[in-house]
Design a binder for this molecule. Structure first.
Ligand SMILES: Cc1ncc(COP(=O)(O)O)c(C=O)c1O
Length: 488
């Protein structure tokens, strides 16, 4: 027997909903449009809609029309999930800060001058060497199966060797391969830190740009680096259920390097008080003037330090290859969590990374990067001197990607980020790295854009300050620029 016409209409609408064309919340065509489309009278359309309403797929809303209220999940009998939109805030993780979401979106906008990007310029990418590595891998590889829980064994051996060149002796069994240092931080937060515990960290810090730790009920307690530094003095109220997160080399966002004396003091205090340390060392190789002091991990006698590294900053973030180094039982625990979350990082990326490190190209590549970073840093400091010295002070980074600007009083503005964006320049406002920032800092990167575009970006920032309406003559000349030891 032929399907009655109202059924055909109902099936048509159902199909649109189940294949996702009409998502929950979509207003479906009006009764008049449907009756014209199917050449039926209105009452047939109404019968079809009544059937869909009875199934809970659509709902008539006065003054609006008929709205899709449920999706394929209902049809599969999956219970009461009604609308993804209603569930957006239900998971345990908070959304990123709105500014961070905007930065993430705009970082792929080619029309903007990217002074924000914490990434090497594509011109630094060692394409020829990488082609050699990938061609070799393409002939040598056997399969891309699931890797071991701690990651590809050869890669862990190569990382172990790589770290030993920087004075860190660790066996491959103490290394976990992760999809970038960020995943390492996730695993540590999920697996090793208790709810209602406290994480000490530098203020400002990269970690404030994530909401991960707070989502998990971990309080971030920042210490002003220039006032106290991360010294034992700052930890006067120390008691259990605390840990310390630190970026001792080319700190993000300030660029600071923790002096050796402070490292020794810190490691001694943390060991005496059983305060575990998360050492985020992903910029370590990118020194410009002199190699930084030894890592905290290399001074760690008692397994207090979890050490994070990555290829993101020195080679390419798209590989998503990073590592966590720590005591074996801790690494085993993190490896188990990693298996539960993704069964391991991409085997393809791990092969490439192992071949890359094993090829010997890495050292010469990083040496080239350092030289190029030096040229860029020096040029950008000159641009800053020429264009922004009336409006800001800054510290001279001795490595890494970033210059941290402190805006002078009359020009402090919470809207700097938006104003710069309007002028086609993406910057990172200090507010994403701190809890109490009122527009007095910005972070700019000298690693990503070409120098002429960086200069353009800086002149746009200058125009913003000029348009602020403050009499330039009333602005004190910039203090003579001098490197400042933030942990001093
Ligand atoms: C201090 C710090 N840690 C971790 C990360 C994340 O790096 P990855 O790409 O290795 O996940 C970043 C990225 O900007 C960073 O600046």
């Amino acid at each position: 027997m032929k399907n009655p016409k109202y059924r055909l209409i109902a099936e048509h609408i159902k199909q649109k909903i189940t294949n996702g064309e009409w998502a929950v919340g979509t207003k479906i065509p009006s009764q008049r449009q449907l009756s014209e489309e199917f050449r039926v009278n209105r009452s047939t359309v109404i019968t079809a809609l009544e059937e869909l309403t009875a199934e809970g797929l659509v709902e008539g809303k006065t003054g609006v029309g008929t709205i899709v209220t449920n999706s394929s999940w209902t049809l599969l009998g999956q219970g009461s999930l009604k609308n993804w939109n209603e569930n957006l805030q239900l998971g345990p993780l908070k959304s990123s800060l709105q500014t961070v979401q905007t930065i993430n979106d705009e970082e792929s906008n080619p029309d903007l001058i990217q002074l924000s990007k914490g990434e090497l310029s594509p011109s630094f990418f060692p394409k020829r060497e990488m082609q050699t590595v990938m061609t070799k891998m393409a002939t040598d590889f056997k399969t891309f199966g699931y890797e071991e829980p701690k990651g590809n064994e050869r890669l862990r051996e190569e990382i172990s060797l790589h770290l030993s060149k920087n004075g860190l002796k660790v066996s491959p069994s103490s290394i976990l391969i992760v999809s970038g240092a960020l995943q390492g931080l996730h695993l540590i937060a999920l697996g090793l830190l208790r709810r209602h515990s406290t994480l000490y960290l530098e203020l400002p810090s990269y970690l404030y740009s994530l909401t991960l730790f707070q989502s998990l009920g971990i309080e971030l307690k920042g210490f002003n680096m220039d006032q106290y530094g991360v010294t034992t003095k700052g930890f006067a109220d120390f008691h259990k259920k605390k840990a310390l997160y630190t970026i001792p080399n080319f700190h993000n966002p300030t660029g600071a390097v923790m002096p050796l004396r402070k490292r020794k003091e810190l490691i001694r205090f943390c060991e005496e008080n059983q305060l575990p340390i998360i050492e985020d060392d992903i910029y370590q190789e990118l020194w410009i003037d002199a190699p930084p002091p030894p890592s905290l991990k290399s001074m760690d006698q008692h397994g207090s330090v979890l050490y994070l590294g990555s290829l993101s900053k020195s080679l390419s973030p798209g590989l998503r290859i990073g590592w966590v180094v720590g005591p074996e039982p801790v690494i085993n625990r993190l490896a188990d969590l990693k298996m539960q979350s993704d069964y391991g990082s991409s085997s393809l990326s791990q092969y490439v990374a192992a071949e890359w490190l094993g090829s010997g190209y890495h050292e010469s590549h990083v040496a080239n990067v350092r030289a190029a970073l030096k040229t860029r840093r020096d040029a950008v400091l000159t641009y800053l001197d020429e264009h922004l010295s009336d409006y800001a002070d800054w510290t001279v980074p001795t490595g890494g990607f970033f210059i941290w600007l402190t805006i002078k009083k009359p020009f402090i503005s919470k809207n700097l980020f938006r104003r710069a964006l309007k002028r086609g320049v993406l910057i990172n406002p200090g507010s994403i790295y701190s809890e109490n920032e009122a527009g007095q800092h910005i972070r700019i990167s000298f690693a990503y854009e070409d120098l002429d575009r960086i200069k353009k970006g800086i002149t746009q920032l200058e125009k913003i300050f000029i348009n602020e309406g403050v009499d330039e003559r009333s602005v004190p000349r910039a203090a003579k620029r001098r490197p400042k030891e933030i942990w001093g």
